[in-house]
Design a protein around this ligand. Structure first.
Ligand SMILES: Nc1ncnc2c1ncn2[C@@H]1O[C@H](COP(=O)(O)OP(=O)(O)OP(=O)(O)O)[C@@H](O)[C@H]1O
Ligand SMILES: [Mg+2]
Length: 276
């Protein structure tokens, strides 16, 4: 969970935005210029993917949105939780769930306690926290595994636990950093479908980072292609198809066309990179 000081700035036109980056750059202390400048506006409820080569600053961008680091220049704005102070008031806020590439579960305790952790840290009363952890596990199809330990789960199940832990605080925005990269293809497809179903039912804004053109097209309403470091936005492509999308989309001509377009948009980002 991310808590940030409220900003006092109210900006017209940002009411429907979940996230806005304006002129954002990031240079690390060691002098590596990782990102930008980038300008990006993400609407509330949107499913957007950041696609780009290794090292182009995708994780850096997610961390800046999560408030896990400050930009070197520019402005990052994240909309406040629904029910916050003034309607339409855009502030640096909370309400962010983060799913990392590794499930990062505590091995010594149960699945339920792993999912409950963010609520414990927020001092939510135990009975309520347990009920919410069980509800989150139900949402990701793991209701029967609450008592299990992480070592007893497959890679896909661990990722589901990680997703449940991110959902347990009911965040408005879900940031996902290559969550399915280590999974086999069938498990990945299943998790893709389950994630889409969750997104449709929960209405959250999802910012999804991936290396995979295919995954980005399948999942997203919009794919932002980033250039090699320092990452900038090279293309911003809307994926339009009949919703709700499912397996038939994966085998459609429209899907192949989008994959071709995105591969072409991505190609310059890999130019000059070693293929080793
Ligand atoms: N804490 C840090 N200190 C210094 N340099 C960093 C730090 N974190 C990332 N970098 C550098 O910033 C650049 C962007 O890193 P980042 O992790 O954002 O890339 P990425 O697009 O997520 O890559 P990948 O797809 O491999 O995960 C890289 O060159 C990386 O070495
Ligand atoms: Mg990364």
């Amino acid at each position: 969970m991310v808590e940030r000081k409220p900003s006092s700035t109210v900006e017209a036109g940002l009411t429907a935005l979940a996230v806005s980056l304006r002129g954002v750059t990031k240079t690390y202390d060691n002098g590596v210029m990782a990102l930008g400048p980038i300008n990006l506006a993400i609407r509330k409820g949107e499913f957007i993917s950041l696609l780009g080569p290794s090292g182009c600053g995708k994780s850096t961008a997610l961390r800046l949105i999560a408030g896990l680091g400050a930009p070197s220049s520019g402005i990052v704005r994240v909309s406040r939780h629904e029910g916050g102070s003034q309607a339409g008031h855009v502030e640096q806020g909370h309400g962010i769930g983060f799913v990392f590439q590794e499930p990062t579960l505590m091995p010594w305790t149960s699945v339920r306690d792993n999912v409950r952790l963010p609520l414990r840290l927020a001092h939510v009363p135990k009975a309520e926290a347990l009920a919410r952890a069980d509800a989150a596990l139900g949402r990701v199809g793991l209701a029967d595994f609450a008592e299990a330990f992480p070592r007893e789960l497959s890679g896909g199940m661990k990722m589901r636990v990680s997703l449940a832990r991110a959902l347990v605080t009911d965040p408005d925005i879900l940031l996902m950093d290559e969550p399915f990269a280590a999974l086999d293809e069938i498990t990945r497809f299943r998790l893709n479908n389950d994630l889409l179903a969750l997104w449709r039912s929960l209405g959250k804004t999802v910012v999804f980072v991936t290396h995979s053109v295919f995954e980005s097209v399948y999942l997203s309403q919009r794919v932002v292609v980033m250039s090699a470091r320092p990452g900038r936005i090279q293309a911003d492509i809307r994926i339009e198809t009949v919703e709700p999308r499912g397996e038939e989309f994966r085998t459609s001509a429209a899907y192949s066309d989008y994959c071709r377009r995105l591969s072409a948009a991505l190609a310059p980002s890999y130019a000059g990179q070693s293929t080793l």
